[in-house]
Design a protein around this ligand. Sequence first.
Ligand SMILES: NC(=O)c1ccc[n+]([C@@H]2O[C@H](COP(=O)([O-])OP(=O)(O)OC[C@H]3O[C@@H](n4cnc5c(N)ncnc54)[C@H](OP(=O)(O)O)[C@@H]3O)[C@@H](O)[C@H]2O)c1
Length: 343
Amino acid sequence: MRILNSLAGAFGLTTLAVLPWAVLAESAKPLMKAIVVHEYGGPNVLKYEDAPRPDPKENEVLVRVIACGVNPADPLIVSGKYAKEFGTHLPLIPGYDVAGVVEKTGAKITKLKVGDGVYGYALFGGGWAEYAVLAESEAALKPKSLTYVETAAVPLAALTAWQALIDAAKLSAGQTVLIHGGSGGVGSFAIQIAKARGARVIATASTANQDLLKQLGADVAIDYTKTKFEEVAKDVDVVLDPVGRDTLARSYAVVKKGGFIATLVSRPDQAELDKHGIHGASVFSHPDANELTEITRLIEERKIKPVVTQVLPLSEAVKAEEQAETHHTRGKIVIKIADEPKS
Ligand SMILES: NC(=O)c1ccc[n+]([C@@H]2O[C@H](COP(=O)([O-])OP(=O)(O)OC[C@H]3O[C@@H](n4cnc5c(N)ncnc54)[C@H](OP(=O)(O)O)[C@@H]3O)[C@@H](O)[C@H]2O)c1
């Protein structure tokens, strides 16, 4: 107890009677700046403060984060609405998309080494901080042709588009795909992945984003505020739906027999699928280092490029979360945490 109390003194604590070891261990860790959530709620619960730097487990690397992407999932996690489903608990640090430099490796890391530029989708978040951990199964080497800020826009959104179009819908060359929300985070990658696959792309967005749909390679751009998509898109092989509600309900009829609807925000209605002789699935994205490496290859071949429309400092994460909540983001928002390292 004498030793414990002298440790307590070192940390400015008056007593150890109620101090659990976990707390002591946390206070002994070096600190970092982070966005910490101590109570579930809206953007106002995001606190920019000091937090203990994480330690990598044996299958993880510690990453000095240069930039971190922002996704509509961040406000959802912070709201606490899906705490049970996502297995989240407080306090938490949001941020799934990590891009940075490996600072330390766990004992079982075989592919990555200290100093590597990496990026990844951290399943349990933690990216809105100066340091974060990535499991080796979540991380890939960063594309050389992108900055870290651009790189941070990629993981969750591009993997979601990949897993919906390639893994679930098995999109192939020559097929036609209807991509709703083509100007958003997922949609902007989906258009490019579908084009790289050799598919014909019909994409929807509002008036202000018609130019972006075309720049990304859509063969047909539909302004959903002026034209009903079903008047233009008929007999498509695949629909990617990141919108839900009425958009999903009206999508069944535009898919040809044997076709597929992948929805990111809802459950397909089995009766509607049966009625039209089509298939469908809800897609829940997951980290995948191999798929991220495939995506890196397409980036290096200049077939995919992230669209970063807003870059904010870590201290302004509240603004980033407010924008993510609108569901009308053009491309991606990225939080820049440190200067780009000189390579
Ligand atoms: N299941 C999963 O694993 C998973 C993974 C990633 C994302 N998601 C979900 O998928 C959704 C999209 O994610 P995101 O990152 O792409 O979001 P985002 O960056 O906010 O993009 C949403 C896009 O949807 C467009 N949009 C809004 N209403 C529309 C409508 N009625 N018809 C067509 N387009 C419409 C917006 O374009 P305009 O501004 O031009 O309207 C915007 O560009 C979110 O709800 C997110 O939570 C799920």
